[in-house]
Design a protein around this ligand. Structure first.
Ligand code: ADP
Ligand code: NI
Length: 199
């Protein structure tokens, strides 16, 4: 049995100071999404869930020193969680391969499940909130008319987020993603409408 409380505590401590959309709440939602996907897809659920918790700890956007975090996570997984070396290697490989920006093709079913689960958290109402939060953190505006680049929050919807349903690895994730994109498109249309001023 995997001690999930131990993993949650480790993740919580590591993400405590995070203010760019990668807090413990994100990790917990990704774990939850993994549960949804794994209800239809045969995979090693423990490996997936552990990745759900720790996937961002060794990401350049979160870790101050990536190599140091990889070493610490490795030690934690081996000594505290008592995982086998092959499992530790598998977890580290998945976490390092799933980032959108890295554009690496993921191969194992476990990596695919975690990738879809992580991407789902960039969509829907939560996705809207995280995008606006991120834009604010780098001093970018929410909306500039006609902008479909990463330079504005609504632009980022077009530049990346609306493309995610097509990039999903499984049909079940694609369905959830499509539903969440609908909410975002409604929000965008309403936002643009309300932004119009007379004169
Ligand atoms: P990943 O977990 O795939 O690495 P990111 O770290 O790129 O995801 O993104 C984390 C959150 O910040 C997501 O909700 C994403 O949409 C948002 N985000 C990333 N880049 C931008 C951007 N240029 N403008 C607005 N939001 C962004
Ligand atoms: Ni993530």
């Amino acid at each position: 049995m995997v001690d999930y409380q131990l993993i949650e505590n480790y993740t919580k401590k590591k993400l405590e100071a995070n203010n760019n959309g990668h807090g413990l709440d994100h990790a917990l939602r990704v774990v939850n999404n993994i549960g949804l996907i794994a209800s239809e897809i045969k995979c090693n659920i423990d490996i997936c869930k552990i990745c759900g918790y720790v996937h961002d700890l060794i990401d350049i956007k979160v870790a101050r020193d990536v190599n140091q975090e990889i070493a610490e996570l490795s030690t934690f997984l081996t000594n505290d969680l008592k995982l086998k070396q092959t499992e530790v290697n598998q977890i580290l490989e998945i976490c390092q391969s799933i980032s959108f920006s890295k554009n690496i093709e993921v191969k194992s079913v476990e990596a695919k499940v975690v990738q879809d689960a992580d991407r789902l958290d960039a969509l829907g109402a939560i996705g809207i909130a995280r995008t606006i939060e991120y834009s604010a953190s780098v001093n970018r505006p929410i909306y500039i008319e006609g902008d479909i680049t990463n330079d504005t929050a609504l632009g980022h919807f077009h530049a990346k987020l609306y493309k995610l349903p097509n990039l999903m690895n499984f049909e079940i994730s694609r369905q959830i993603a499509n539903d969440r994109v609908l909410i975002m498109k409604q929000f965008e249309a309403q936002y643009i409408n309300e932004s119009k001023v007379d004169g």
